[in-house]
Every structure is written in structure tokens, then in C-alpha cells.
Design a protein around this ligand. Structure first.
Ligand code: NAD
Ligand code: GLY
Length: 370
């Protein structure tokens, strides 16, 4: 098969604008990314799974700089304040000056922590995202949301800090486990579901190719999702309005992830089930038609994503967890719902009774027949 084309997408944020490059062989293409490093210092933040696979591809490009690496242990539990402290210590040991650059090589865990560390060092230095999961390529590396988890909750400490560039090397997906790949597809579907019906139809047409990880289909899906997100971020960088739509499925999804103690479901899997619950609730509220819910469910299933609430979860417990969501205001549930494919909306004051009925119905549907 021929080498896929390079896509370059511009995130338009005035002086803080940056490119997202998506293509094959980009990590080893030093002549492309090396000029982005302005100073003499670089810290590569990665983890113990990704670094052995891909850090060697960067090394020749870092030659001549004062650079070192800081590796996290693998897993969401390591996206912690304690590790930000360690990353800042590593910058200190390097003698990093204001023109230093942090390179985030890994999935969303690495990218969020590395970006936050870059935001903290000397009140903000450059960082480059080099995402190696599908989820990070299509979502977390773009848009400048950085942060870590606290014992009281996920992503509660953070900063908006835009990267200097995002370099998504498709070759890294070759080693990505199938389940992680599918979880990334949920975030692709989300972009189409909330704001781009033509893209949703394209995903339906190319579902088999995407399930088979066809390189051209994967490249186009990533590029279209990133293009969509770049537009949203350019219009609403700090989530005063439209950007909240990117949380479609997330209030339900986070509750499901938390109820499963972050071990039952991956983030993208929680989002997949959460999007379907949001569609079911929208239908119940008379905002959308059953045909839209059915199309979403079918696409999720064709791409191997879960659509049922896992066994043992309780509707009241999930509702309780949803009350803690960051989008809620004045004690009211504020959810992202839709009027059908491509038409998501922020809805405040959603009646809890309707949420409970939706959750109860989904739990009953998921129960195996006697
Ligand atoms: P992750 O970073 O934990 O990566 C998933 C797994 O894949 C890990 O075990 C990782 O070591 C492994 N891995 C990564 N790249 C690999 C490769 N190329 N080959 C083999 N294994 C590889 O998880 P994720 O799904 O990438 O990101 C989830 C995180 O992103 C969460 O912390 C979530 O809160 C955050 N997130 C942030 C944003 C944002 O806007 N900042 C958006 C969505 C999600
Ligand atoms: N993942 C949601 C956002 O970037 O706003």
C-alpha cells in the first residue's frame, strides 16, 4: 500500500496558532519538527510502555541539545500531582530555561501531564504533543486542555496551555492494542455525532475499513475529527459555550467510568455507552427521533464498542455521580443532548426523574433474559 498523504490542520488561535500534522514516519522526520524547538533544552515526557518503542526515533533529532527523559509508569493512576512535581524536578535538573521545550510522547495520560508540567515551569514554556494513541490523536492532544487527577476527582487540576505543534505519527498505531484503538474511535464518532452529519454518514460507509484499521480510512477519520475540533477550539478556546458540546456522552460516561473504578471501562468505552444514553434521553424528552438513536447504536456496535451499561451498576448511584459533573451549575444537571445526528445542544435543568428512567430502562435492556 502507498504511504498515506500528510494532513496539516491549522488550529487558529492568533499568536498561539499551531499545526496538527498527521501522517506516517513523522517521529523520525526530524527536519520537520526540530526547528520548532527554540532553545537548547528539551524534556521528553513519556511512559514505560511507549518510550522503549518510540523514543529512539526522536533521539537523532535531539542531538546537540541538553535533553533528558522523564518516564511515567503506565496507567491513569500516574496522571498525578506528584508526577508533575517529578517532571518539574527533571526540568530543574536539566537547567531548563524559559525557551525550553517539553515533548509529550504517548497517549492522553502523558499528554495531559506533560502539558500541565510545561504550563507550570517558569509560568509556561513550549510543549509539543506527539500522540501515540488514536484517542490522543483525535482528541486530547488538540485544544490545550492539560491537567492531572486529584484524589477527589479526575482532571480537577489543570490549565489551558496550547501546544506549539501536534505531530501524530500514524506508524505508532501499529502497536496500539485493539481495545485502545476502538476506544479512540468513540471520540471520532462523537465529533460526527455532535456537529457533522456528513462525517457521520462517511463513518457509516467506512465502518468496515475502520474496523480493519485500513490506513487511508484511519487517516481520513483522524483528519476530519481534528478539523472539526480545531474549529470548535478556535471559536471557544476556554469552553465558555460551544466547546462544551465536545462533552457529549461524557457526563454519563464519567459516571460509568467512576462506578467501574476506572478498571471496567476505558474512557472511550464510557463515552460510547454515554453517547447512546444521551441519545436515549434526548428521544425520551422529545428532542430526537428513534432512527437517530438506532443509527448511533449500530455504528458503535459495528466498530466494536460497548453499548450496554456493565452488569452490577445501579441507576441511582450513576445519577449521584452525574451530579458531580463539572458542567453542572446552580445544583442543576446540565447535559449535552442532541436533536439528531450532527445537532447537539447544551441543555440545562434536565429533570433527574427523566435521567433515572433512562438509566433504569438501559439497565433492564442490558440484563440477560431468564
Ligand atoms: P493512555 O494514555 O492511558 O494510553 C492508553 C494505553 O495505551 C496505555 O497503556 C499506553 O501506555 C498505551 N499506549 C500508548 N500509545 C501506544 C502505542 N503506540 N503502542 C502501544 N501502546 C500504547 O490513554 P488515552 O486513551 O490515550 O488517554 C486517556 C487520557 O486522556 C485520560 O487521562 C483522559 O482524561 C485524557 N483526555 C484528555 C483530553 C483533553 O482534552 N486533554 C481529552 C480526552 C481525554
Ligand atoms: N475533550 C474535550 C475538550 O477538549 O474540550
Amino acid at each position: 500500500m502507498s504511504k498515506p498523504a500528510l494532513h496539516s490542520i491549522h488550529v487558529a488561535l492568533g499568536l498561539r496558532s499551531y499545526p496538527v500534522w498527521i501522517g506516517a514516519g513523522l517521529l523520525a522526520d526530524h527536519t520537520r519538527w526540530r526547528p520548532l524547538l527554540r532553545g537548547r533544552h528539551a524534556l521528553v515526557i513519556s511512559n514505560t510502555t511507549v518510550a522503549p518503542l518510540y523514543l529512539p526515533r526522536l533521539e537523532a533529532g535531539l542531538a546537540g541539545l541538553h535533553w533528558s527523559s522523564f518516564l511515567l509508569d503506565d496507567g491513569e493512576a500516574h496522571k498525578s500531582f506528584a508526577n508533575v512535581g517529578r517532571a518539574l524536578d527533571a526540568l530543574g535538573q536539566l537547567g531548563a530555561t524559559r525557551d525550553a521545550c517539553v515533548i509529550a510522547l504517548g497517549g492522553g495520560v502523558v499528554g495531559d501531564l506533560a502539558g500541565f508540567s510545561a504550563a507550570c515551569w517558569m509560568r509556561g514554556i513550549d510543549f509539543i504533543q506527539m500522540p501515540t494513541t488514536l484517542l490522543a490523536m483525535v482528541d486530547s492532544s488538540v485544544g490545550g486542555k492539560t491537567g492531572v487527577n486529584l484524589p477527589v476527582g479526575k482532571n480537577l487540576a489543570g490549565a489551558f496551555h496550547q501546544p506549539r505543534a501536534v505531530i501524530a505519527d500514524l506508524d505508532t498505531l501499529a502497536t496500539l492494542p485493539a481495545r485502545e484503538y476502538r476506544a479512540g474511535l468513540a471520540e471520532v464518532i462523537k465529533g460526527a455525532a455532535i456537529g457533522d452529519e456528513a462525517f457521520f454518514a462517511w463513518l457509516e460507509q467506512h465502518a468496515d475499513a475502520l474496523a480493519a484499521r485500513d490506513v487511508d480510512a484511519v487517516l481520513e477519520a483522524i483528519a476530519r475529527k481534528v478539523q472539526y475540533k480545531a474549529g470548535v477550539v478556535a471559536r471557544d478556546e476556554t469552553e465558555q459555550g460551544e466547546r462544551a458540546l465536545l462533552n457529549f456522552g461524557h457526563t454519563f460516561g464519567h459516571a460509568l467510568e467512576t462506578a467501574g473504578h476506572y478498571t471496567t471501562l476505558l474512557h472511550g468505552e464510557g463515552v460510547a455507552i454515554g453517547m447512546l444514553l444521551a441519545a436515549q434521553l434526548s428521544e425520551r424528552l422529545g428532542m430526537s427521533e428513534p432512527v437517530d438513536t438506532a443509527r448511533l447504536q449500530r455504528l458503535l456496535q459495528r466498530l466494536g464498542l460497548p453499548v450496554a451499561i456493565p452488569p452490577g451498576m445501579d441507576a441511582r448511584q450513576l445519577l449521584e455521580l452525574m451530579r458531580l459533573d463539572k458542567k453542572n451549575a446552580a445544583g442543576q444537571l446540565r447535559l449535552i443532548l442532541w436533536r439528531g445526528i450532527g445537532r447537539a445542544e447544551i441543555v440545562a435543568g434536565v429533570a433527574e426523574a427523566q435521567v433515572l428512567v433512562t438509566l433504569d430502562a438501559a439497565i433492564a435492556d442490558a440484563r440477560p433474559a431468564d
